[in-house]
Design a protein around this ligand. Structure first.
Ligand code: DC
Length: 203
């Protein structure tokens, strides 16, 4: 069975949490596509050419520590604007999306570019302030002097770059369902996403 759930949205809107839970609920495979860009960006920070880094990714690169930091996030957003970097990562993502047994992918261009044929497309949003507070709570353990305002500025800069780039910009597919998680608990957001998927699966 081929069944793809494409989940897009800005940074820290809850995409990853929802995508992982939906995958677990339906027994689908899960791919965090942001991790591909982050792992490639980490190699670029080490001195590698961006396109070579994207082409050379191995499973080991996804296990490296520090991939979730704001610094790597910004670097990922920068190399993600390069058409050749994106092109190097398309095939892997598309094959994953259409692999047998169902797949959930989260990112920025899954419903628009990677898998426009996805059976379910969700666009997850939340207010800037809510996203900053959530991401701050995740990051503050490792960087105690980080403020919510720092995180807010970081998220806004990244979203602007991701939205304004020419190739595969962050945007909702015309047929995506919008889910604003600002006022929802994790359980409520996951339940809504699972219900949307279930409604398509049973048809
Ligand atoms: O989802 P994330 O925050 O880990 O993603 C890091 C960066 O990677 C994001 O700012 C833009 C880029 N990205 C992208 O361009 N396309 C994707 N499908 C996923 C991430």
């Amino acid at each position: 069975m081929k069944f793809t759930v494409a989940i897009d949205g800005p940074a820290a809107a809850g995409k990853g949490t929802i995508a992982r839970a939906v995958a677990e609920h339906f027994g689908f495979a899960y791919l965090d596509t942001g991790l591909l860009y982050r792992a490639a960006a980490r190699k670029v920070i080490d001195g590698m050419d961006p396109v070579a880094a994207a082409k050379a990714l191995t499973p080991h690169d996804f296990e490296r520590t520090g991939l979730r930091t704001a610094k790597v996030g910004q670097a990922a957003s920068k190399i993600a604007a390069l058409p050749k970097v994106r092109a190097a990562l398309v095939d892997f993502q598309h094959k994953f999306a259409r692999s047998d047994g169902g797949a959930v992918l989260d990112g920025r261009d899954i419903g628009t570019v990677i898998c426009p044929e996805a059976e379910v497309k969700l666009f997850i949003t939340a207010s800037d302030e809510v996203r900053a507070v959530r991401r701050h709570a995740e990051l503050v353990e490792k960087s105690a002097d980080l403020t919510v305002d720092d995180v807010l500025a970081d998220l806004r800069a990244r979203d602007a770059r991701d939205t304004e780039r020419k190739v595969a910009p962050l945007m909702a597919a015309a047929d995506a369902v919008l889910l604003d998680t600002s006022e929802l608990t994790i359980d409520q957001a996951v339940a809504k996403a699972c219900a949307l998927v279930a409604a398509v699966l049973v048809v």
